[in-house]
Write a protein that binds this ligand. Structure first.
Ligand SMILES: [Zn+2]
Length: 241
């Protein structure tokens, strides 16, 4: 619970700080901090999952008595708290990777509460104490799955990968088909932070009087793809390697 509170605190702090305006030293502001926070959150999720897994392993090897009543009581309170948090976080979890990290954290906790409820009920009803560690293993696997996705997505952003929902070939073809454009090279599409996609590219435009109409057509094409930060270099001949 302490690790969860720390992770949620981090997500909240970063969501606030990321709104700060850009400065000459940091021309993108602190937008990427959200991605870093999501990565840290993913790493914390893995640490928590491993911790639960190790604890479950010890208990599987030497089962210890489980107070089913206490387990049920604590799990019920936890379930209510996690349901409330999940309801609040659900609204934005598809837009921001940072918020999704927090959402997945609470979702993992919710599964933990449900697992603990089931384990408590089983122990009370049947006295089968192994239910506790076995359900813990199940929760560990679920948490590992979402942590892996979070780490993969935030790493993709940090590696400047082309966003999943955009095909670089499509971007290339759209630009190449603009009248006046001879060819396209050095093309990059990347995510600055969740929802902020940038593109840069070199365009060979033989006739300089085409530059302005080409630029406007490219901006329109990119806007249609959801790319809102466009930087284009016009060249008469391909002068760069
Ligand atoms: Zn070039």
């Amino acid at each position: 619970m302490l690790a969860d509170a720390a992770a949620l605190g981090l997500a909240l702090f970063v969501a606030r700080v990321a709104q700060r305006p850009a400065t000459p030293e940091r021309s993108f502001g602190l937008l990427r901090l959200e991605i870093l926070a999501a990565l840290v959150n993913g790493a914390l999720l893995i640490a928590i999952a491993v911790g639960i897994g190790i604890e479950a392993w010890h208990r599987l090897r030497s089962p210890s008595p489980v107070d089913g009543g206490l387990l049920l009581g604590v799990a019920s309170v936890g379930l209510v708290a996690n349901l409330v948090s999940l309801g609040i976080l659900h609204r934005g979890h598809e837009h921001s990777l940072n918020q999704r990290g927090a959402y997945l954290h609470v979702l993992g906790d919710l599964l933990g509460s449900v697992g603990a409820l089931v384990a408590g009920a089983l122990v009370l009803a049947t006295g089968w104490t192994l239910a506790d560690p076995l359900i813990s293993v199940l929760i560990t696997l679920l948490v590992l799955g979402s942590a892996w996705r979070l780490i993969k997505e935030s790493t993709d952003v940090l590696m400047e990968s082309t966003p999943d929902h955009i095909a670089l070939g499509d971007v290339h073809d759209r630009i190449a088909s603009v009248p006046g454009v001879d060819s396209v090279h050095d093309l990059h599409v990347w995510t600055v932070t969740s929802g902020v996609v940038a593109m840069s590219g070199h365009l060979v435009v033989k006739n300089p009087t085409d530059n302005q109409p080409v630029l406007e057509a490219v901006q329109d094409q990119m806007r249609a793809l959801g790319i809102n930060h466009v930087t284009v270099q016009m060249e008469r001949d391909q002068t760069c390697d």
